[in-house]
Design a protein around this ligand. Structure first.
Ligand code: A3P
Length: 314
């Protein structure tokens, strides 16, 4: 059902068996047929690449730097995860009930800031005809997969240890995989005028400079003072301790109660660093992931550094 002919970029990767298809079969139609608005901003990227951080960056810029609402209204209320209805059905099964996020997206006021981890062929058809602005996030795969492990543990979706999780990741046996083809698909679109391709590492290196660039990309006004205030509000510590993040924690608490395990340490704002995989990766797995990445990258004629350091000029 996911064979789609309307994507402007031709890519062999589409012939791969996207595990996401089997994970969210009932949502495929709703994903494809969802309404897109020209003034939307879509944040796209693999899980744990800093997409929430980018959602908050973009939400602030597109909402006149409204720091008050930013700090007090839950992140996913202001900027929903587009396919979350499918995600919770898969991850949480019937353990908890949640509102219909497709409907929530439809009733959200413009300009909408939406997040998705889906691949091009699973995203709404109108994304490729209405061409709203898209920000694509990527991140060092080892940090991203470690972060994903902690989230899947926190959501009671993964019962095994890190080693078994990494093995599942390497064999594409988790939602949203395979990893690299997702990135290559959007890499091919990086020079499209409506696409801003960036990385967690780039944003982390120079938050203020990137805020300025993103304002320009989104054609939104800013002042240096507002950018300074935004940098402060977007810091890891500030976001971790905000009321907005409390709302996300509530979801985890509801799930804990549902499965009867109430001492869950999981926090969406976990470490917020570059290279934290080094502290936890089991022996041999750094090399394993590097060799596995190298195979994909070589085939695509790319290097991880080239992808992570790509910067659009503004
Ligand atoms: P870690 O688990 O490595 O800490 P996503 O939002 O795509 O799920 O990505 C989550 C990752 O982004 C987590 O990584 C999280 O801590 C990190 N993150 C979120 N907000 C951040 C911020 N303000 N500064 C730095 N990192 C942040």
């Amino acid at each position: 059902p996911t064979e789609r002919k309307d994507i402007p970029i031709e890519t062999d990767w589409r012939k791969r068996p996207w595990t996401i298809t089997t994970d969210f079969p009932e949502c495929v139609e709703r994903n494809a047929n969802a309404t897109v608005r020209e003034d939307d901003v879509w944040i796209i990227g693999q899980q744990k690449t800093g997409t929430t951080w980018m959602q908050e960056i973009v939400w602030l810029i597109t909402h006149n730097f409204d720091f008050e609402t930013f700090a007090n209204v839950g992140t996913f209320q202001r900027t929903p995860n587009f396919e979350f209805t499918g995600v919770y059905k898969t991850a949480f099964a019937d353990k908890i009930k949640f509102y219909d996020v497709y409907d929530a997206c439809d009733s959200l006021e413009s300009p909408r800031v939406l997040k998705s981890h889906l691949t091009g062929n699973m995203l709404p058809t109108e994304l490729w005809t209405k061409k709203p602005k898209i920000i694509y996030m990527t991140r060092n795969v080892k940090d991203a997969v470690l972060s994903r492990y902690h989230m899947y543990k926190g959501f009671h979706y993964w019962k095994g240890d890190l080693k078994s999780f990494l093995d599942a990741f390497l064999s594409d046996n988790l939602p949203y995989l395979p990893y690299w083809p997702h990135i290559f698909e959007f890499w091919q679109m990086r020079n499209e005028p409506n696409v801003f391709f960036t990385s967690y590492e780039t944003i982390k290196k120079d938050l203020k400079g990137n805020l300025r660039k993103i304002c320009k990309f989104l054609e939104k006004p800013y002042t240096e003072e507002l950018l300074d205030q935004a940098v402060e509000n977007l810091s890891f510590e500030k976001m971790k301790n905000s009321k907005a993040s409390e709302k996300t924690k509530e979801l985890v608490e509801r799930l804990d109660k549902a499965v009867g395990e109430e001492n869950n340490e999981f926090n969406f704002y976990r470490k917020g660093e570059v290279g934290s995989f080094k502290e936890e990766f089991p022996e041999g797995y750094t090399e394993k992931l590097d060799a596995w990445s190298e195979k994909y990258l070589k085939e695509a004629g790319l290097t991880a550094d080239k992808i992570l350091n790509f910067q659009k000029d503004f």
